[in-house]
Design a protein around this ligand. Structure first.
Ligand code: R5P
Length: 287
């Protein structure tokens, strides 16, 4: 038997994974004390095998995950698998300046202490798996982004930076036709400002799908969309695995001229059209 334990921000995804696996879904409690400390618990958990499904998009979510792991162990779980649909801090994978931490390594060490294995959905860099001290596997999700796309005219799949070329290619392959191109991006780490240098691929009248792993502030995606729009592209779609959608990201994308924004349910938002649940369940089934 397996029991699925949802993190508070992954409740729909955890339920869908439980459904796929025909596993038990336990109902945790998530509370907060008046001093701000959180307490996540699994009062109804009674199994030897736990699968925790919890995105760690905020500091509280990281603490909550550690508490759920510990609570499951305390309640008798012999094996704990931790599925992290969206791994927060994954972009802090280097000390970019002297004196900075490698934040994702610190998170990975903490998460590793109370689990037997980890599944990471499309982490920003697959190499991040090496920071965990238990068996850790990345799960690719870019192919799923093609699911809602249909009837594109002479499609072009664009990566807004070189790091997303593989994602754009995977999405194009899953769609079945179209070319792939990319922009060059430089980011000023002091101001956060980005500069995008587009390629000279012809875009006039073509439907363009801009593919990235994350839309956070929307700066990268809206920058790419503005350029494509100015160059006379047809419909422009912004697709990503992780719709973080911080601040005014959605408004930036609309103002830039996007036709629609498509994300997955690694983060449960208004644009989470595509579910990673079947892929997560299939991976858990194999292990
Ligand atoms: C960067 O390498 C990532 O792949 C994304 O392009 C980036 O994190 C998106 O962030 P934002 O939406 O804030 O530009």
């Amino acid at each position: 038997m397996t029991t699925i334990i949802p993190g508070s921000s992954s409740q729909a995804l955890a339920a869908a994974v439980a459904d796929e696996l025909e596993a038990t879904l336990t109902v945790p409690t998530y509370s907060r004390f008046s001093d701000g400390e959180t307490l996540a618990a699994v009062p109804g958990f009674d199994d030897s095998e736990a699968v925790i499904v919890a995105a760690t998009a905020s500091n509280d979510a990281h603490i909550e995950l550690l508490q759920l792991q510990d609570a499951a162990r305390e309640a008798g779980a012999e094996t704990i698998t931790t599925v992290i649909p969206y791994l927060g801090y994954a972009r802090q994978d280097k000390a970019f300046k002297r004196g900075q931490p490698i934040s994702v390594r610190a998170m990975a060490k903490a998460i590793s202490t109370a689990t037997d294995r980890v599944l990471l959905v499309e982490p920003h860099e697959p190499a991040v798996a090496e920071f965990f001290s238990v068996p850790t596997e990345p799960l690719e999700a870019a192919a799923l982004l093609a699911e809602p796309l249909s009837g594109l005219s002479d499609p072009l799949f664009v990566a807004p930076d070189e790091g997303a070329i593989e994602l754009a290619t995977t999405t194009r392959d899953a769609y079945g036709e179209g070319a792939v191109d990319y922009f060059e991006k430089t980011r000023d780490y002091d101001t956060g400002e980005i500069e995008l240098t587009p390629s000279d691929a012809p875009v006039e009248g073509r439907d363009v799908v801009v593919v990235d792993d994350i839309i956070a502030t929307g700066g990268t995606m809206s920058g790419a969309i503005s350029v494509l729009d100015r160059r006379g592209a047809g419909n422009i779609y912004a697709v990503c695995v992780h719709p973080v959608l911080a601040e005014s990201a959605l408004t930036k994308l609309s103002a830039a001229g996007v036709e629609s924004v498509i994300g997955t349910d690694t983060l449960e938002t208004a644009v989470s059209e595509v579910s990673v649940a079947p892929a997560v369940a299939a991976k858990l089934d194999q292990q």
